[in-house]
Every structure is written in C-alpha cells, then in structure tokens.
Design a protein. Sequence first.
Length: 243
Amino acid sequence: MRVHLIGGGLDRAAALASHGPFVDDAMAAGDGPIVAYVLDQGPETDLARWASALAGAGASEVRPIPISPTRGPRADDLDGAGGVYVAGGWTPGYRDALMAGGMAWLDVVRRQQIPYAGFSAGAALAAERAVVGGWRAKLGGRDVAVCPEEAGEDLEALTIRDGLGLVPFCVDVHAAQWGTLPRLLHALAIADRSEGWALDEGTALVAADGHATVHGIGAAHRVQRTADGATVTAHAAGATIAL
C-alpha cells in the first residue's frame, strides 16, 4: 500500500503541494470518498478545515469523522473509501483516539490496500515506533533541550510509543519550521530504530514498495544511525530513495 507522510503546513501552496499526490492516489483507487479522521476537541473541532485542504487538492468527496478515546475509527467507516486521511493536531490525543476501539479499521486499510495519508500527527503516528512529543532528552546523564518547548505537545520528556506500524522508520514533522530534526536524532536511539525522516511543512514523503518519493515545496531529511553517530541527507521534491 502507499503511505503518504505530510510534514504539516495548511496555507494554500503548502496544502496543494503536499496533498495532491495523495488525492491522486485516492481517486485512482476508485470513486469512493476520502475518509478523514479528525480529533474531536469539542467546539474547537474544525472538520471543514481538513475537508477544504483535501478538496483544494482535487478531492471530489471527503467524509470527515471526529474521533476520540470513546469513538475511535471503525472498520465500517471505510466502506467504499478511496483513501484514509489522519489529520493533525495534538499527537498524544490522536494516538489515544486512533487505538481506542481496536485496530480492525487498520486491518481493512491493509487488506484493501487503501492509500493512507497522515498530516503532522497522522504522519508521526504512522510509524511502528512513533514520536508522540516531548522537548527534552537525556544526553551524557543530563536533560537537554532537543527542540523548542512549543513543539513538545504538552510533554516534557521525549516520548516514544507504539504507532500504527505502516512504516518501519520514525517520523518527525514541521522540521524546518519547528526545529524538530535534533529531536528525531534522539528519538532513533530511544526507539531503537536505524532510520527516521524529518519532514518540512508543505512536504510529503510517499512510501511504497521499498522506495520513498518526495513531493512538495520543502525538504525531507533522512537520518540514518551509524556506529559512531548519524548521517543526515536532505531530499527535495522529485527525489526517489530506496528504503
């Protein structure tokens, strides 16, 4: 299946550049709607925002569904779906909501090869071991800042949890805008993963069949752990990389 990881950014240019490839995949899969899961935050929940981003990239029908710890995704939500989209926001809340009712919905996505897209939180949580938040980590026995506190998702310690398992590498988002690349470097050690990707806003990494392709207006930063540190390689739109 094709997994679209979007690093954030909802201004018109960023949304069009990063959402277009997913919408094309979803429409190629059939004439069914894109099911968009959006964290239910009460009166502040803005379903129209996410439907508009997808429609602006060419989606003919979007079915937004609020999710929460008491109403997670359901398998029957995906009846006839051309694609499934997990929106952005508070990552710890999205994780709780996505896993609240079991993973039967994800089994449908895998079995039917429904294209998946995750925006910001939805991208981070696509990983087997997900960067949920936090802005401080241990280094040489001391707590150090690894990204701005504002990027911490209301968590202080860098926090890694089981994600959806759609990609084997770790994912961080808003890389250039929020300065999260250093957090990803520390996350790989905590998650015991050899590779991760930090994605700029307006940028999508599309993973399928052992390769990844970069789309959008920013960079996708590949981090690979080595015996004595890590290497970082930045890729712009058009690059295709073997995973």
